[in-house]
Design a protein around this ligand. Structure first.
Ligand code: SF4
Length: 507
């Protein structure tokens, strides 16, 4: 059973309704490891927008389907047909929520969509996106990837000015700023609002007859624009967090939305303006390390190319004699291939990931803790037995999952286990849309590399250097990167000080 929230849908009152599709309530567990005690870092969202397609809802669905890795807890699609603006969102995977019957309730040639990782509970459904707000500037639907960092002040000011918030979401603050802006036109009001907020946002927005897409001035999160050719009419314009969505839609990549750019699409075509200039770019380098799919091109560079280079650089920086290079699947695979090619050591899939672990099975929590990573990963004993193994993974967060994997490989007969991480130690939390634990819970913020090695029980441990990572992600466009989770140097002023205190404080 799952709940859907209907807003402005013909034949439905604005309310939640329950549909039965054998879904458990979203348990809030990590889908990467099946282990709630030491989750992988989680992206908060993926966004998509479609303008000028007779079945825009289905195109948005396909786009979200390709972006499912960016958030698995809730999804929503809003559509508009020039007159009405309807919105349906629910808890669960895109394919579970948007059945044919549900998509049929979303007519129109424009759509925006969102998929999200979120906490469980009623508020999660309310805060699922797109958010649809009826403002003095008309109906607006908004979907947002990222995290704003100066919300407290703005929210208090808006409430003093009479704003009534329906949700606790960042996105609604942007809509309320638009509603309260004194700018004469909607596009001016949007530009005015975006220039008041600080932090990370890649946004798609829709009114009854227009689509907007914008990125924050530092360009933290990716957002690309594409086109689908229509033989008998204007092209369909598409926006998506990652270009892998264009492949499923058979759309052609046009370009990235620029940091500080606001793009508007109407029946008359595409227009654009820079609402902010002169701010140094700080795109999230962790998108290249882990979040984005290897078949996506983000920040002007193929993710596959970056990960391959990370693996090669790691081999150059911290090579060790061994028999096999084994990735921790799936995200460690591309870097491991690069490592193997550079080092000349054989690549083998010595750990097999079970892609079919359902969320029903991994409840209740206690059972998950007992099974640990064995739910997701299984060693290939005949490959590992007696071998010196180099394991390649993309991060160590608390260290408990890495320890289980090292033990698993050793338990399958490996003679030596050397762990190599394709980025520097994660020492500081993210405030820009990635769900990281506070500094107290990040093992690398509180232990030396040798102490971590002992904790995870590896024969050796090495991370990619910061210089090596930045070099690996360098493309022709000379992207400026945020590396704050590896350095503690945040590109914005507003961060939550409580979260960056080391474990020793307050003990
Ligand atoms: S702090 Fe890390 S995860 Fe967050 S935006 Fe910067 S690089 Fe990305």
């Amino acid at each position: 059973m799952t709940q859907l929230l209907y807003q402005g849908v013909e034949g439905e009152i604005d309310a939640t309704s329950t549909i039965c599709n054998n879904l458990p309530d979203a348990p809030g567990l990590d889908v990467e490891t099946g282990d709630s005690s030491d989750p992988k870092l989680r992206e908060e969202c993926g966004v998509v927008a479609i303008h000028g397609h007779p079945d825009a809802a289905r195109q948005a669905y396909l786009g979200l389907y390709a972006l499912q890795h960016r958030g698995q807890e809730s999804a929503g699609i809003a559509t508009a047909d020039g007159q009405h603006l309807a919105n349906i969102k629910g808890m669960g995977l895109v394919s579970e929520i948007f059945t044919d019957d549900v998509l049929a309730k979303l007519p129109g040639n424009m759509a925006i969509g969102h998929t999200r990782y979120s906490t469980t509970g009623d508020s999660a459904l309310l805060n699922a996106q797109p958010i649809r707000v009826d403002s003095v500037k008309g109906l607006i639907a908004i979907a947002h990837n990222g995290n704003l960092v100066n919300l407290g002040n703005i929210r208090a000011r808006l409430e003093r000015d009479g704003a009534y918030f329906q949700t606790t979401s960042d996105s609604e603050i942007i809509v309320q700023l638009i509603a309260h802006s004194r700018a004469g036109t909607l596009v001016d009001a949007i530009a005015d609002s975006l220039s008041q907020v600080d932090g990370a946002f890649s946004i798609v927005m829709m009114t009854r007859d227009r689509i907007f897409a914008a990125r924050d001035p530092r360009g933290f999160r990716p957002l690309s624009m594409g086109r689908m050719k229509n033989p008998s009419g204007p092209d369909t314009i598409v926006f998506a967090s990652e270009t892998c969505a264009f492949d499923l839609l058979r759309a052609e990549y046009i370009r990235d939305v620029l940091p500080g750019e606001l793009v508007m699409v109407t029946e008359d075509g595409v227009t654009s303006r820079q609402y902010a200039t002169g701010v140094p770019q700080s795109s999230c380098i962790f998108e290249h390390v882990y979040f984005a799919r290897p078949d996506s091109r983000i920040f002007g560079r193929w993710v596959q190319e970056s990960r391959d280079q990370m693996g090669r650089q790691l081999a150059r920086e911290s090579g060790v004699p061994a028999d096999l290079v084994v990735p921790v699947p799936d995200s460690g695979v591309t870097a491991a291939l690069g490592y193997a090619e550079e080092s000349g050591i054989r690549f083998r899939l010595g750990l097999i990931r079970n892609h079919y672990v359902g969320r029903t099975f991994i409840e209740p929590e206690q059972r998950v803790r007992d099974f640990g990573v064995r739910l997701k990963l299984n060693p290939v004993r005949n490959l590992l037995e007696g071998k010196r193994v180099i394991l390649i993974d993309d991060s160590i967060i608390r260290g408990t999952t890495s320890r289980k994997i090292v033990r698993m490989v050793r338990g399958a007969g490996a003679r030596e286990v050397h762990l190599r991480i394709s980025c520097p130690p994660t020492i500081s939390p993210c405030f820009y849309g990635v769900d990281t634990p506070s500094k107290r819970d990040l093992i690398a913020a509180n232990k030396s590399i040798e102490e971590i090695r002992r904790f995870i029980e590896a024969d050796s441990l090495a991370y990619l250097s910061l210089e090596g990572l930045v070099k690996s992600c360098e493309g022709p466009e000379h992207t400026g990167y945020c590396t704050a989770c590896y350095t503690g140097n945040y590109p914005t002023q507003w961060v939550d000080v409580e979260n960056i205190l080391p474990a020793t404080i307050g003990i």
